[in-house]
Design a protein around this ligand. Structure first.
Ligand code: FAD
Length: 416
């Protein structure tokens, strides 16, 4: 049992000086598990947690070559929303938003979910048409989204340049009130702690270097700490997904690109909503501490490097100032990058592969953090029942061979 976090617990430990137990424990690697999950990001951890919590399958190892949240799950800009373009996408991400809403109480961990609204700006007729399309699909699926005009944008974000003679005038925006931000580290740590408490073993610094298969079936994994037998192996390695799948002989239509982000010094709160401009390739939100968090689209060339670049910061600053000229004197404190596993249709790849027992939950590109809970829930159900849940059926690997793409580019390329 993990220690329960509460005001009373804080007071008691403060008065007695008793230490809090570690959030998750170290273990020796066992020779066999029921399930091995590769990758201790939000997807791998959520899958392990729901396996144990909902299905009683706790003989599970989550192995990571680095540390919990060391991939995209600890590097993202933490935007949560469900205003996607396709009905499949909207329904799927909406389920995740709902799971996030109750996650703090479910995990007994403050994940700092802040429902602050999400604005996607339209600077030309083409974007406005896409916003209207998204708003209609969203409403049809019961999601709160609507197209608003420049005056309403100005009321929501007073520092935004909404004048008609701006270089990129704002013609309107898709307003999505349920969207917001969350504390990504807290989500990772909360899932890790809760999974550990249920008996899941988390093995950091444990790289998978081989995947054993026999007669079209997975048998286990080879790691830098020894071999492990498992009838089910799940690939949750995002930016490394195609390399790991190849170890099992499965080829994925995924290319890996770096995505950069940056944060400024903290200033007094002035930006309540998340603001995205697809045309300018930029988005911005303000944290509870007052820092502005900026992001953009991925670097244009494939890479496994997580180095930041000056070109990114220069371009980003220029584009942000087109939107909010008055923040010109704000200083950027730091920038960073993470790896994104991009698919041709900007939708994930989830479920079974031609190798029996080898499952994938990948292709999360620049938008996968928000899907952690729903993806974990669905993958756990698939493993426990052997049946693909309806809400991930459209995201199967076979769609690329069969021409059933789920085109989300219009809603996922920059908006994350
Ligand atoms: C800068 C940036 C901003 C983003 N902003 C958002 C956003 O606002 N909203 C949103 O929803 N998404 C966003 N994303 C995307 C999101 O972060 C990812 O899609 C998501 O975190 C992927 O989670 P994951 O658990 O699948 O993978 P990851 O968190 O990347 O974890 C994969 C893990 O696999 C491990 N691994 C790799 N190879 C091996 C191996 N051989 N053996 C063992 N372990 C291995 C890695 O060490 C890593 O820890 C952003 C991404 C970045 C980089």
């Amino acid at each position: 049992m993990a220690a329960r976090y509460s005001a009373w617990g804080l007071l008691r430990r403060g008065l007695t000086g008793a230490a809090w137990p570690r959030a998750w424990r170290d273990h020796d690697l066992k020779p066999a598990y029921d399930v091995v999950v590769i990758g201790a990001g939000v997807h791998g951890l959520a899958t392990a947690y729901y396996l144990a919590a909902r299905h009683g399958i706790a003989n599970v190892a989550v192995v990571d070559k680095a540390y919990v949240g060391g991939g995209g799950s600890g590097r993202n800009t933490a935007i949560i929303r469900s205003n996607y373009l396709t009905p499949e996408g909207v329904r799927f991400y909406d389920r995740s938003v709902r799971l996030y809403e109750s996650l703090a109480s479910e995990l007994n961990f403050n994940v700092m979910f802040s429902r602050r609204g999400h604005l996607t700006l339209a600077h030309d007729d083409g974007s406005l048409r896409t916003m209207r399309w998204r708003a209609e699909v969203n409403k049809h699926e019961g999601i709160d989204s609507e197209v608003i005009g420049p005056d309403e944008v100005a009321a929501l974000v007073p520092l935004m340049d909404t004048s008609p003679d701006a270089r990129y005038p704002i013609l309107g925006a898709l307003h999505h009130p349920p969207g917001g931000t969350i504390r990504h580290d807290a989500v990772n740590w909360g899932y890790a702690r809760a999974a550990d408490a249920l008996g899941v073993q988390i093995h950091e610094n444990t790289e998978v270097v081989g995947i054993d298969t026999h007669d079209g079936r997975v048998r286990g994994v080879r790691t830098t700490r020894g071999d492990v037998h498992a009838p089910v192996v799940v690939n949750c390695t995002a930016g490394w997904a195609s390399l790991v799948s190849r170890l099992a002989g499965v080829h994925l239509p995924v290319s890996t690109h770096a995505l950069q982000a940056a944060v400024t010094e903290p200033v007094q709160s002035f930006l309540r909503t998340v603001v995205v401009s697809g045309t300018l390739h930029v988005y911005v939100s303000q944290t509870a501490r007052g820092e502005l968090v900026f992001g953009a689209s991925t670097d244009s060339y494939p890479s496994y490097s997580t180095r930041g670049s000056l070109e990114f910061t220069e371009e980003l600053a220029g584009h942000v100032l087109e939107l909010m000229p008055s923040i010109a004197r704000l200083r950027v404190l730091r920038q960073w990058a993470g790896l994104c596993d991009m698919t041709p249709d900007f939708s994930p790849i989830m479920g079974v592969t031609p190798v029996e027992g080898f499952l994938v939950d990948v292709g999360w590109g620049t938008y996968g953090f928000k899907a952690g809970p729903v993806a974990g829930e669905a993958m756990a159900e698939l493993i426990a029942t052997g049946l693909t849940p309806e809400n991930i059926a459209a995201f199967d690997l076979a769609r690329f061979a069969e021409g059933r793409l789920v085109g989300e580019r219009g809603a996922a390329a920059v908006g994350h």
